[in-house]
Design a protein around this ligand. Structure first.
Ligand SMILES: NC(=O)c1ccc[n+]([C@@H]2O[C@H](COP(=O)([O-])OP(=O)(O)OC[C@H]3O[C@@H](n4cnc5c(N)ncnc54)[C@H](O)[C@@H]3O)[C@@H](O)[C@H]2O)c1
Length: 357
């Protein structure tokens, strides 16, 4: 018989209500408590979930022995402390992206979860979307060929965060997808950005990741754009994919387009390359709310004691790249930062405009 996992949610601001909505109706889960400092937010929650206990003090919620797992949906700076306390109290943890404010904090969480035998999962929501699963499937079947590069744009007007820059806010989504598709960590990171509104916090960033074998990815993140854009382009050696997450149904287009190098040639233009223009098709995508799948995966991971897809190590990989992007930004407009995963820390290895690591 299926057991019910009882959850406590901390943080009922902008994003927390989405998690509360899903966990309160998900099979195998029961939302039994919500904690928020803000009395107005708690009052709002009480109207919607009268059966859930409301706490202003997180420690009090943790003392509730009924709670099996804690969901952390507070701003980044509090992720580490809240998640550490939850793991110490013997609760499984689902933590919002980005996992924590530094790779050291992530490593501490991973070590404690392992020591306690508890599930630690990060909400990299898009890894649970039908569109990303379809693209992954196309890549794994070999239909795209080798991934040459991935280009991402995540742009809109606001919401201006007070504690993190736009790369830490928006790029975790792109990074989690890129890491999944590339199947490895980048070897170099380079970031440029500008702070236009709050002089201390970049609201526009351009992040470049270099992978082995000349593969790369670029991520443009902005809170200062007139239109909302959520787009990724995957350029392979055989085909290309454009993924527009704002399209309600036709989110993915696969283009049978490539540049070939013919073995024989009659003209000078053929000597360089020949263009292949084939069909474009729109694959069918499973229609399911990614957040619902993500929450269901957390419950399954606890029940079956299985490592989640977006485990702590995946969260750490994303945070390591964001740390490298900060180091690059601080080095006057985008130095190249070595991002070898096996090295203990990100290391600044070149001055701006250097060519290689
Ligand atoms: N997965 C996604 O697509 C997605 C989307 C938006 C936000 N997020 C993430 O969700 C997290 C929260 O973002 P948000 O926009 O909801 O923030 P928010 O500021 O709107 O809400 C945070 C809430 O947490 C409360 N809070 C803060 N510290 C607390 C503490 N120690 N104890 C109790 N309550 C506390 C605040 O009072 C506030 O109500 C962030 O990590 C963010 O990156 C994820």
């Amino acid at each position: 018989m299926r057991t019910t996992i009882t959850l406590g949610l901390v943080g009922y601001g902008y994003w927390g209500p989405n998690l509360a909505r899903i966990f309160s109706s998900l099979a195998g889960a029961s939302l039994s408590a919500v904690c928020d400092h803000n009395a107005e937010r708690l009052e709002h929650m009480r109207n919607l979930y009268p059966h859930a206990d409301a706490y202003a003090d997180f420690r009090e919620m943790l003392d509730d022995a009924q709670i099996d797992a804690v969901v952390v949906a507070t701003p980044l700076k509090s992720h580490h402390a809240l998640a550490m306390a939850s793991l110490q109290a013997g609760k499984h943890v689902l933590i919002e992206k980005p996992m924590a404010a530094s790779s050291k904090e992530c490593e501490e969480l991973i070590a404690l979860a392992k020591q306690q035998g508890l599930i630690l999962m990060v909400d990299h929501t898009y890894l649970y979307s039908g569109a990303v699963a379809t693209i992954m499937d196309i890549i794994q079947r070999g239909d795209l060929g080798e991934v040459r590069y991935i280009n991402c744009q995540r742009l809109n007007l606001g919401i201006f965060q007070q504690d993190i820059n736009v790369a830490w806010d928006l790029a975790p989504h792109d990074l989690s997808i890129i890491l999944q598709m590339m199947g490895e960590s980048p070897i170099m990171v380079n970031c440029q950005g500008n702070a236009h509104i709050n002089p201390k916090i970049e609201d526009v960033t351009n992040l470049s990741l270099t992978f082995r074998d000349k593969r790369f990815a670029t991520i443009q993140s902005s809170w200062l754009e007139p239109r909302k854009v959520r787009q990724m382009t995957f350029v392979g050696t055989r085909r290309m994919i454009v993924y527009d997450d704002l399209q309600p149904l036709e989110k993915i287009r696969v283009y049978d387009v490539r540049v070939d190098f013919p073995p024989h040639y009659d003209s000078l233009s053929e000597f360089y390359c020949s263009y292949h223009y084939g069909d474009c098709y729109i694959p069918r995508i499973e229609q399911c709310e990614p957040l619902l799948k993500m929450c269901g995966h957390f419950i399954d991971s606890i029940e079956n004691h299985r490592r989640p897809i977006s485990c702590g190590t995946k969260g750490l990989e994303v945070v390591r790249i964001l740390e490298a992007s900060d180091a690059s930004l601080k080095a006057l407009g985008g130095a190249v930062v070595c991002a070898e995963p096996k090295k203990p820390r990100m290391e600044l290895v070149h001055a701006p405009f250097s060519k290689a690591c």
